[in-house]
Design a protein. Structure first.
Length: 328
């Protein structure tokens, strides 16, 4: 069964750009430290949304993913629900609504905004983990990442609280946000695959509270060939791969979900120098596009919100290469 929401615009975009805009401590800070709330606000306030929108427009990108936050508990938009649950003062949610501002700047260029969020609480913030009632689904010390034992916990109260946080954001942004990419959905059977809420349906409903047409992906991890979570509430494949790129997909749909690949152009997510030849980036993107699949490339981004120049050159080469292939 194909997704009930239209992903035609996503398929027609063919490829887009992803960034990990995350707090990193100043170079002279002690190991293990992170930014204060004040430092984080200063950084978010400097984010040049018009500059980034112009960069993306110049390389022909039709959509862009922004991280709301990840493991430290810093988020780039305010959220009263999160603050009321977690109780950290001053709040580690920025005062500036960067998502709103970036969406407005991108809309001028005809570029859609999607957002990234982990499925769990920030695991480097013990206060947030306690207040949200989050636990990692793996039992520590029980093997490597391929064979670790699971706790088997549903974490229903955490899920209800996390859904409330997400719903506030979604209602705030409305149709300015066109989709979500949810990381770390490793425990689908334990947490989401139930007929009653909280489940996949209620989780996706929170993301679509402000925009019922938002497209959603639940990332199961780095799995090649890529897989679907086999739920009607997912619209496209998370598709995370590192340096083993799947080939041979001949159809647009994988178990009813839009085929999609996400990888990075640097040495890792959000960092390093370009590590793939232009010819490969162009050729692989075209290979996936030829079967009506979509490819998203992660690039490093500066504290001021701009894509670093070596990656701009590679994105320009990708745009030129695909444009040239299209007219042959």
């Amino acid at each position: 069964m194909e997704t009930r929401r239209s992903v035609d615009w996503f398929k027609e975009a063919k490829w887009g750009v992803f960034c990990h805009y995350l707090p990193k401590p100043p170079k002279d800070a002690a190991a293990g430290s992170t930014l204060s709330a004040g430092q984080w606000n200063e950084r978010v306030d400097r984010f040049d949304v018009e500059g980034l929108a112009s960069q993306l427009d110049s390389v022909g990108a039709k959509y862009f993913y922004l991280t709301l936050g990840q493991n430290t508990g810093h988020y780039c938009a305010p959220n009263e629900t999160y603050d009321s649950i977690v109780g950290i003062e001053p709040s580690k949610c920025s005062k500036r609504d960067l998502v709103n501002d970036l969406a407005d700047a991108l809309a001028v260029k005809g570029i859609r905004l999607l957002v990234y969020l982990p499925s769990g609480a920030p695991d480097r913030d013990p206060i947030a983990m306690e207040k949200l009632e989050w636990e990692n689904g793996y039992i520590p010390g029980t093997g490597n990442r391929h064979n670790r034992q699971r706790t088997g916990k549903r974490l229903a109260e955490f899920q209800r609280r996390w859904e409330a946080v997400i719903a506030e954001w979604s209602l705030r942004w409305g149709n300015k946000v066109n989709g979500w990419w949810i990381d770390g959905c490793y425990f689908a059977d334990e947490m989401y695959r139930f007929p009653d809420a909280p489940n996949f349906e209620s989780f996706a409903a929170a993301m679509r509270a402000g925009n019922p047409d938002s497209i959603v992906a639940f990332n199961p991890g780095v799995i090649v060939p890529v897989i679907s979570h086999r739920t009607e509430h997912e619209d496209y494949i998370g598709g995370e791969v590192i340096r083993s790129f799947p080939v041979g997909q001949q159809e647009r749909w994988l178990e009813g979900r839009q085929y999609h690949i996400l990888s990075f152009l640097g040495s890792d997510w959000g960092q390093g120098e370009p590590s793939l030849p232009d010819e490969f980036v162009i050729g692989y993107t075209k290979h996936v596009n030829d079967s009506e699949g979509v490819v998203t490339w992660d690039v490093p981004i500066s504290h001021d919100g701009l894509i670093e120049q070596p990656f701009m050159e590679q994105l320009k080469a990708l745009h030129a290469g695909l444009s040239s292939a299209a007219v042959r």
